[in-house]
Write a protein that binds this ligand. Sequence first.
Ligand code: ATP
Length: 431
Amino acid sequence: MRTHYTAEINPSLDGETVRVCGWVHDIRNLGGIAFLLLRDREGIVQITLIKKEIGKEMFKEITSLPRESVICVEGRVQRSEQARMGVEILPASVKVLNRAKTPLPLGVADRVGAELDTRLDNRFIDLRKPEVLAVFRIRHSLLAGIRDALMREGFIEVHTPKIIATATEGGTNLFPVRYFERDAYLSQSPQLYKQILMAAGFDRVFEVAPAFRAEEHDTSRHLNEFISIDVEMSFTDEEGAMGVLERALVSGIERVLEERERELETLGVQPHLPELPFTRITYDECVDIASRKGVEVEWGEDLSAEALKAVGEEIPTYYFITRWPMECKPFYVLPFEDDPRYGRAFDLMFGDREITSGAQRNHIPDLLRETMVKKGLNPKNFEFYLRAFEYGMPPHAGWAIGLERITMIVAGLKNIREATLFPRDRNRLVP
Ligand code: ATP
């Protein structure tokens, strides 16, 4: 239908006939002349309607169109000093494809911001705003850059089941579903399956897929359904996994900087491109930093929000926290041989925000069973997983990063809901 996107209409097309299609963003009617702003995915172009030239009838019909109606305009491009982008279109014909009802549930052109809940209730129209679309194009480029880096490093993209029989780490935050005559759950993580693929000899895999968490709390950084980018790799340790992660993340941010200049400008943000390698500090060092700033952490406990804030003030960029106590990490983490109170786990942080957790995994079946029992899990429920360790499991490591969490950081968003099209949270299941 169209010959050009609006952003492609530039002064070099002066005199040419083009067809553009999109939404009526705004109309300013000055009597004898009117300016219609036509918006599509790529931008906005000015359509100049001159009553004398197009006739009274057509002038009236077009200028009385409600905002957000869908039209196609065919006309001649003309250089113009006054117009946006230095160019305007003088229409020969305007085809109305769909008239919008009035009033709109949510303004698109208006500068006044609506509440997030109102925006999400009317998400189909909220997503039309250039600054909202910008988030999803940044997210797209970020994921493309990460995916490319993983493929360059020899990772195979896989998809593991999302309907599962056993919890990954105990059953507290699982959504139950009916599976014919049995109970099943929505997967909270592909952890166990990606490890089984290491036993299967896939060597390096990644998965980009939804993860479901029945977390009751309602925060600005948790969703009940999010996209998890998961990686697992064999014949390596946690340091190898951290290397892949930092290179993948830098590749994602570089891609955003290359492809999304306009979107970043629309949002008024400039993401920080970190240098390689990222800083690594241990859990114990974090405890010390926090304690120097008056925040006490009991050894073995997860780092509290206050403790992370203290550390984040010292390192306001991307960094790894390594060498965690086994007590606060999942059963599948491999303990250090020299001091088994510590595990080969790491978190990737941005200031005080956690964005990834990973580890070298425990590939020794007896030790794995023992750790499960210590953590109050019944190895019987994990037989399908443990069996994979008995017949040749290589040492392996991996991580998981939440796509919405990094999108939030790169696009400078305050609430994780803004980084997902149709968020699922404690109160929201529609749209
Ligand atoms: P948190 O402590 O922040 O709740 P977690 O320790 O439960 O996260 P993991 O289970 O290690 O997180 O998940 C790996 C990554 O997946 C996290 O670092 C984060 O980027 C993302 N993630 C986890 N839970 C959520 C969630 N509810 N909403 C969005 N992203 C999440």
